[in-house]
Design a protein around this ligand. Structure first.
Ligand SMILES: C[S@@+](CC[C@H](N)C(=O)[O-])C[C@H]1O[C@@H](n2cnc3c(N)ncnc32)[C@H](O)[C@@H]1O
Length: 195
């Protein structure tokens, strides 16, 4: 998948023009604080929503330069920043610095073969005891599940990757009450804590 070409051609059907509804509900119930990393942030809607909270410093990263350029066009209102970076090659200065990682449509965008690397990368960015809060795309509803992205995931696969690997501890999961139209019933929200 050539993400940069998709942004240049404005062929970005995943971009809904605003933050994940599940994120907004989550932030209302459980505000984040401290440094927050948003991998695969695209145009930065979720970054800006999290940065509305007073005690957050939010960094959105994306591999596509055009996404980052567009995200930076919004005048920062609070402590939000964007960086062109590959999640699988994060700057060493980020290691162990984040209280939170917010996952939304990055995990489902990467090839299945790189999921172990995804777990390693987000774990590395988090402080011990930091949290990964995520909305996972269980079932993108594609006729051929291997024709993604997006690539779906099962709860069992999440458990193997994040929990049984010893990287994270399970905290909580639930079905989001709200989702973008077309994704209702296809998503799972989960909070896990870095071990
Ligand atoms: C499906 S899009 C979702 C974007 C955004 N989260 C949203 O919901 O609008 C996946 C994003 O992940 C980015 N991405 C893919 N692989 C990446 C990687 N290895 N490191 C950082 N970003 C990556 C893509 O450029 C793209 O912006």
């Amino acid at each position: 998948m050539n993400w940069e070409a998709a942004y240049q051609q404005k062929d970005t059907p995943w971009d809904k023009g605003g933050p994940s509804p599940g994120l907004l509900d989550f932030l209302e119930a459980s505000p984040m604080s401290g440094r927050v990393l948003v991998p695969g942030c695209g145009l930065g809607h979720d970054v800006r929503a999290i940065a509305e909270l007073p005690d957050t410093r939010v960094l959105g990263i994306d591999i596509a330069p055009t996404a980052i350029q567009r995200a930076r066009r919004h005048k920062p209102k609070r402590d939000e920043a964007f960086l062109e970076a590959d999640l699988f090659d994060l700057p060493g200065a980020l290691t162990g610095t984040c209280e939170w990682v917010w996952e939304h449509t990055c995990f489902c965008a990467i090839p299945r073969a790189r999921r172990v690397d995804y777990v390693r990368a987000v774990r590395q960015a988090l402080r011990e005891g930091g949290h990964l809060a995520a909305v996972f795309f269980l079932d993108p509803g594609l006729p051929d599940p291997d024709a993604g992205p997006p690539f779906g995931v099962t709860k069992a696969e999440l458990n193997t990757l994040f929990l049984e690997s010893g990287a994270f501890k399970f905290i909580h999961e639930w079905e989001p009450k709200r989702g973008y139209p077309g994704r209702e019933g296809r998503e799972l929200m989960r909070v896990m804590q870095a071990r």
